[in-house]
Design a protein around this ligand. Structure first.
Ligand code: GTP
Ligand code: SPV
Ligand code: MN
Length: 625
């Protein structure tokens, strides 16, 4: 048992195993747990098996404690309200730890503060995490052991992780977002490799800080560190999504992007969808938009054009690898959706609304008096004058000041429940990607859709991706921020090396996907969206599919191939071509200037020549506009 094990390790403590069979664990897992028990001092260890019974037991406890509220209107749905100080990812406290600094971050220009990832030395990480934060951090709490697979269990492209956490909310969320199962132990075998994920809310007993909303956390001390060389993640102080569900951004993007570089594949912040035209021909598309810029919505799109069908494979992360035939194949490593609630309704995203009506955990949304959910955008879907409790616990009704839901409130639900989930969403071989799409919130100047001239130009477009800040992280206001490849917060290694890796993928024997750029968020002079978005985005997908088929419906411009006027199906819409597709020269002159200095300042000598060449070519084209 654990006692013998601790003794062998020269340890002095042992704690009860509250659930599961310690002796059935692989030896390297036992060692990993024992080391962290010694460091974190939990009162017991709970080995999860991912079963429904286990989830029911944990859920009941959380309801009794007040951390979850049952939503009577739906089947097996719960509301969770966090400490208002713990509502989003904390990018300023997120680090990648490598011996060599420039493995993690590019050589920025002198005097410039880098924004493409944060590096920490192993010595500092040892002091900050292992010495300052983690000793005794789980005192009085249970350490849960969560075996999980990113990607189908045992699949060739899948990877295994084991998360240790002292927060039951994380256990319930991980079993929705990843594949949690005892089968993982068999996949690992005796000494199989797994990613070590260690998470603590940093609130040992006796408590040092008042617990708000029954959500223990330690916002002042939040720190999230990644050790790509050791395939390890340590996260402290926050229970929120991307900070605590370590399979998601920490593993499937930051650690995986680094593994992917070493092994020749890609781990990207992308949705995956299949779109079938009225003739029955299906194309697969992967799209990268920054956080809260429309991935979930596009992945679940309900087409406004007759005869079209969209099926969802994933809404946030894609792992992609070229196969022997030279096709880029993508899998969704996740098993659930952790989607933005506000803005989602039966008109904008009926599929998401249907997906989250059972077995869902809602975080920081409002609640109606009859035990339903409410958030901004649902005004037409509840009875008038309904009494609502806001995410902060205040009484409220539609029309009152303030908001019912936090702008980054989320639903967490199993992907399998999605009514348009693709039959192949769990195919371990993945689906062949025909097009890659980049996009962001661009209120000005950027057309609805355009196509890259070639792969290199497309990689440059990705590198130049910008967007208005959103509520998914700690940033305030509407500033336009660079978010290259929608990966700025999730880069696992030097961004210059990352761009080189993307460039190097282009080989003659491969069928390279076409690359596109879209913008659903352009505003007119009255501050109104010039494009209806949502279900009408099928019209853009239609154009993209026809381009993939080689149709002659594009005309070169300074920034890429634009749709020939009239080539986009706008039947039944009242939109202005000019407002959607004009290229204001002044805007683009400034844009390329700004992009060039951004890349020079932030990526410096690590910027691949192919990319600076593409920037120079674009600059020249814009000059000639
Ligand atoms: P993360 O989960 O943070 O990675 O976000 P995401 O990229 O999946 O974004 P999501 O689809 O949840 O959309 C975020 C917000 O953008 C929601 O409030 C949506 O209603 C809104 N949105 C999505 N698509 C469109 C669109 O086509 N037009 C407009 N105007 N808004 C959109
Ligand atoms: C994002 O911010 O891109 C998300 C939410 O998908 S989180 O899981 O918190 O990263
Ligand atoms: Mn995301």
């Amino acid at each position: 048992d654990m006692e013998d094990f601790m003794e062998e390790m020269g340890g002095e403590i042992s704690v009860p195993v509250l659930n599961g069979d310690w002796d059935a664990l692989p030896a390297n897992v036992r060692k990993y747990i024992a080391e962290n028990v010694r460091l974190c001092r939990p009162k017991g260890v709970f080995i999860c098996d991912g079963s429904d019974e286990e989830a029911e037991e944990i859920t009941e406890k959380m309801v009794n404690r007040g951390l979850l509220t049952k939503l009577d209107k739906y089947e097996n749905c719960y509301l969770c309200r966090t400490d208002p100080a713990d509502v989003a990812r904390v990018e300023g406290r997120t680090f990648i730890v490598t011996k060599e600094k420039f493995e993690t971050v590019p050589h920025v220009q002198e005097g410039v503060k880098g924004i493409l990832g944060q590096w920490m030395s192993p010595e500092d990480a040892e002091r900050e995490m292992v010495q300052d934060r983690f000793p005794g951090c789980m005192k009085g709490r249970v350490m849960y052991v969560i075996p999980f697979s990113m990607g189908p269990v045992g699949g060739a492209l899948s990877k295994v992780g084991v998360q240790l956490t002292d927060f039951n909310y994380v256990v319930l969320s991980m079993r929705i977002m990843t594949r949690v199962s005892s089968k993982i132990w068999d996949v690992l075998g005796e000494n199989g490799e797994f990613v070590q994920c260690i998470h603590s809310i940093g609130a040992p007993r006796p408590l040092q800080r008042k617990v708000i909303n029954h959500w223990p956390c330690n916002p002042e001390r939040i720190m999230i560190t990644h050790f790509p060389d050791q395939r390890k993640i340590m996260s402290y102080g926050s229970g929120y999504g991307g900070n605590s569900l370590l399979g998601k951004k920490c593993f499937a993007l930051r650690i995986a992007s680094r593994i992917a570089k070493d092994e020749g594949w890609l781990a990207e912040h992308m949705l995956i969808l299949g779109v079938t035209n009225p003739q029955g021909e299906e194309k697969f598309i992967a799209a990268a938009f920054p956080s809260a810029c429309g991935k979930t919505n596009l992945a679940m799109l309900t087409p406004s054009l007759p005869g079209w069908k969209v099926r969802c494979l994933g809404d946030d992360i894609a792992w992609m690898r070229f196969d022997d035939e030279g096709r880029l194949r993508a899998i969704n490593p996740e098993a659930g959706f952790f989607g933005v609630a506000p803005g989602t309704n039966k008109k904008t995203n009926p599929v998401a609304m249907e997906t989250c009506m059972k077995n869902t955990i809602f975080t920081n949304v409002g609640m109606t008096a009859d035990g339903g959910v409410f958030w901004e955008g649902m005004e037409k879907e509840i009875e008038r004058e309904q009494k609502i409790t806001t995410w902060l616990g205040d009484q409220w009704k539609v029309g009152d000041k303030g908001k019912a839901a936090h702008p980054n409130s989320r639903f967490c639900c199993p992907a399998s429940q999605c009514p348009i989930i693709h039959d192949k969403w769990e195919d371990p071989a993945g689906v062949p990607i025909d097009a890659i799409v980049f996009g962001g919130r661009r209120p000005e100047g950027v057309p609805l859709v355009f196509e890259a001239f070639d792969w290199e130009h497309g990689v440059m477009l990705g590198a130049a991706l910008k967007s208005e800040a959103t509520a998914a992280a700690e940033f305030k206001g509407k500033q336009i921020m660079h978010d290259p490849m929608a990966m700025r917060p999730f880069m696992g290694y030097n961004f210059g090396d990352y761009l080189q890796h993307w460039s190097d993928l282009n080989k003659p024997e491969r069928q390279m996907p076409k690359i596109f750029h879209v913008n659903w968020f352009r505003l007119n002079d009255n501050g109104k969206f010039v494009w209806p978005g949502f279900g009408d985005n099928i019209r853009v997908l239609d154009w993209i599919c026809r381009r993939v088929n080689g149709e002659d419906i594009a005309v070169p411009s300074a920034i890429g191939q634009l749709p020939v006027e009239g080539s986009l199906n706008l039947k039944g819409l009242n939109v202005s071509w000019e407002e959607n597709f004009s290229l204001p020269k002044k805007y683009w002159v400034e844009d390329i200037e700004e992009t060039k200095s951004f890349l020079q300042a932030q990526v410096g000598c690590d910027l691949p020549l192919t990319i600076s060449d593409e920037v120079a070519k674009q600059e020249e084209r814009i000059r000639l506009m």
